[in-house]
Design a protein around this ligand. Structure first.
Ligand SMILES: *[C@@H]1O[C@H](CO)[C@@H](O)[C@H](O)[C@H]1NC(C)=O
Ligand SMILES: *[C@@H]1O[C@H](CO)[C@@H](O)[C@H](O)[C@H]1NC(C)=O
Ligand SMILES: *[C@@H]1O[C@H](CO)[C@@H](O)[C@H](O)[C@H]1NC(C)=O
Ligand SMILES: *[C@@H]1O[C@H](CO)[C@@H](O)[C@H](O)[C@H]1NC(C)=O
Ligand SMILES: *[C@@H]1O[C@H](CO)[C@@H](O)[C@H](O)[C@H]1NC(C)=O
Length: 352
């Protein structure tokens, strides 16, 4: 989704779990989005330089496929809100977004406006499919973003795009498993369209639960979603990677310890936290297990370190997810890793 913006050579790390207190952002509702009229859709298509698919969808799909469509709609709404906010910031010369050179500003705004319209079409397409299957379309939430400059925003877009791009193949697999193969090419066409110049030969694998958790933990304003509760996916607990350490890793990639933290559940009995391991997921490889060290409990917060075994080829380039799970979790695949009762994450680490 950010092809023309990817002039950044060094992608630092965004601490996606950071709590942000800026005013919440909504999707752009000019053109009646997310419910534009046929004439308004034509305008969005013109801005997006392309059209919504006009073929007939299958007559019916499995429930699990509806979950995927709902997730896609929710995620696309987040992307629309993100680009809406970014366009507003650049247009209004907000500090950090003030581009002095008029031609550069014009060209950036033209790119962002086209991307925003493309994300709108993706959302409309997923919701049209839901309506076709006679279930409620997903409605947009309110969002918050940790970015405070154009550079930050591009880094954030890149990181989150990597999460989504790692999830869409998972969705394709689930569509295939459900027998809803008619929807697979459409999802594939979005992967191609949203793919930036990738850092990796094989993008890091995610699952719907992992991406849904990242979206809800980092960007969705709590309680602002009219019907995201109809999306049958899990939201895991927060796991935070120390932003300074992760930034240092991005600047000087090498094997090193990273610091993490998470919150113990407030009140009630504390579960047994000593049987936990950290899992690192990178590329399409089997998750890597890391021991927790230097564990320190301060009030309700648990701090610990874990070794990030950066290699550059076999491990650690591009996006890595850290997940905190039971030591006896099934580390053989990403979906099996996050099946257990104890799952915190993802903490996102991006090294380019
Ligand atoms: C699919 O979901 C609907 C609505 O929640 C439910 O009534 C139905 O039993 C589900 N079908 C299957 C096969 O789980
Ligand atoms: C737009 O600016 C506001 C205020 O500085 C900031 O909170 C928000 O994150 C910015 N949006 C994006 C997408 O960077
Ligand atoms: C933004 O700055 C440009 C000059 O850099 C100016 O022409 C324009 O009026 C400003 N826009 C706003 C909304 O302040
Ligand atoms: C906590 O888990 C560890 C590792 O699985 C185990 O050795 C220990 O006995 C457990 N402690 C309690 C109080 O259950
Ligand atoms: C990365 O791993 C490969 C295969 O194990 C090894 O040959 C190579 O030396 C490692 N590179 C670094 C920088 O550690």
């Amino acid at each position: 989704m950010i092809v023309s913006l990817s002039s950044v050579s060094l992608i630092g790390l965004i601490c996606l779990s950071a709590i942000v207190s800026a005013a919440p952002f909504a999707v752009d509702s000019s053109n009646n989005f997310p419910n534009p009229s046929p004439d308004q859709i034509k305008i969005i298509e013109a801005v997006a330089h392309g059209s919504l698919p006009n073929g007939k969808p299958p007559a019916k799909v499995e429930n699990n496929t509806l979950t995927s469509l709902r997730f896609i709609a929710l995620n696309e709404f987040f992307e629309v809100a993100f680009y809406t906010s970014l366009i507003a910031n650049v247009t209004q010369n907000v500090t950090g977004y003030d581009i002095k050179e008029p031609e550069a500003k014009k060209s950036l705004l033209a790119t962002l406006t086209a991307i925003q319209a493309q994300e709108e079409l993706h959302a409309i397409n997923a919701n049209n499919a839901l309506k076709n299957f006679k279930v409620d379309p997903i409605q947009p939430c309110l969002y918050q973003f940790p970015s405070t400059s154009v550079q930050d925003a591009i880094t954030l877009a890149t990181t989150f795009n990597d999460v989504v791009l790692g999830t869409l193949p998972d969705i394709q697999q689930l569509l295939g498993a459900a027998g809803d193969v008619g929807l697979i090419p459409g999802v594939g066409s979005v992967i191609g369209q949203e793919d930036p110049q990738s850092a990796l030969p094989f993008l890091t694998r995610a699952t719907r639960d992992i991406a849904f958790s990242a979206l809800n933990q980092a960007f969705v304003v709590k309680g602002s979603c009219p019907n995201s509760n109809t999306i049958a996916l899990k939201i895991f607990e927060h796991l935070t990677v120390d932003a300074f350490g992760a930034k240092a890793l991005a600047l000087h990639p090498s094997p090193q310890n990273l610091q993490f933290s998470f919150q113990l559940p407030a009140g009630g009995a504390k579960p047994n936290w000593s049987g936990l391991s950290l899992a690192f997921v990178n590329q399409q490889n089997v998750p890597v297990k890391a021991q927790l060290s230097c564990v320190l409990v301060k009030g309700n917060t648990v701090h610990f370190e874990a070794h990030f075994p950066f290699n550059g080829t076999t491990f650690g380039s591009g996006l890595t997810f850290a997940m905190l799970v039971s030591a006896d979790a099934d580390f053989s695949t990403v979906p099996s890793l996050v099946q257990g009762p104890v799952v915190f994450g993802p903490a996102l680490i991006e090294v380019n």
